[in-house]
Ligand binder design. Structure first.
Ligand code: R5P
Length: 295
């Protein structure tokens, strides 16, 4: 690839910097500011004509702002005649809203895909999509990078039972269990669509005196982590690990996780985690090598 350039949005500058380091390039020069009324303005400060350009931006909190910023960057780079512009979206915000769960809701993930395409991006690189339903919403190539091996290496243990926390994540957990060659036990989890309250009602096998690894894609409110770990502890599990790619950590997720009996929470840096959201049991592994490789 001729002269690749990587630009960073404001959502996850440390990750963009780490990816640039892995690629032995420096980040593209851009000024991203806000007008007094809060509207975003981007100003690309170098020539990108004929170049293959990447923009790294997670659609994390505040997702709406980060999405607009990403789209403005894409449009500006296209205007400057970059030959190809790829959106590198480590955390695909809005992917949870991949269908209208109730009549009257929008299929938000689809509209977000349309925004990204309309901005002029030619390709998307993302990590562990919450739902495969998101891929066909795009009409440009989407490359999804898996964190399975990265998380397995970080856990660095070979003597546990893999726990699938819910039906939605069944195939994800099954792939993980298959790759680490360990048994899997399934939980029955349900979530109230209005309140978001999570309850765990069943388990497919015994976890008595066993160490368990709950394998999920996201920690959002933390409700799944808390409820599943309490359930497993009550059924005799010994050490409890929680592995998830995306540390959304919404609301009071961090204080709940801090108080929980989970022994270790392993996540990645697809979403930048500020210092005040760190806690003792938290381990963060970087996806920078995976992204660098995918680019
Ligand atoms: C469920 O569909 C997902 O795989 C996660 O379990 C869920 O999004 C986690 O959300 P929360 O932390 O709010 O329970």
């Amino acid at each position: 690839m001729k002269n690749p350039v990587l630009f960073s949005g404001t959502s996850n500058a440390p990750l963009a910097q780490a990816v640039a380091g892995k690629l032995h390039i420096s980040l593209g020069s851009v000024e991203i500011t806000r007008f007094l009324d809060g509207e975003c303005r981007v100003f690309i400060q170098e020539s990108v004509e004929g170049k293959h350009v990447f923009v790294l931006q997670s659609l994390s909190f505040v997702a709406d702002q980060h999405l607009v910023e990403l789209c403005l960057l894409g449009a500006a780079l296209k205007d400057l005649k970059a030959s190809q512009v790829t959106a590198v979206i480590p955390w695909m915000g809005y992917s949870k809203q991949d269908k209208a769960f109730r009549r009257g809701e929008a299929v938000s993930a689809q509209l977000v895909a349309q925004f990204i395409e309309t901005a002029g991006f030619d390709r998307v690189v993302t990590i562990e999509l919450h739902s495969q339903n998101v891929v066909p919403f795009f009409h440009i190539p989407v490359t999804e990078v898996s964190t399975e091996h990265l998380l397995a290496r970080a856990l660095n243990r070979k003597d546990f039972i893999v726990i699938s926390p819910d039906r939605g994540g069944k195939s994800r957990s099954e792939n993980f269990a298959k790759n680490v060659r360990l048994p899997i036990v399934y939980l029955d989890k349900s979530r109230d669509l209005t309140t978001g309250a999570v309850s765990v009602t069943g388990i497919s096998g015994s976890v008595v005196d066993r160490d368990v690894v709950i394998y999920d894609d996201i920690i959002n409110t933390g409700a799944t982590a808390i409820k599943t770990s309490e359930f497993l502890r009550a059924r005799g599990a010994k050490k409890i690990f929680f592995l998830a790619t995306h540390a959304v950590f919404a609301g009071d997720a961090v204080s709940q996780l801090t108080r929980s009996s989970i022994d270790r929470v392993i996540v990645t840096d697809t979403i930048a985690i500020p210092k005040q959201k760190m806690f003792d049991a938290l381990q963060i592994v970087s996806v920078a090598p995976l992204i660098a490789n995918a680019l």
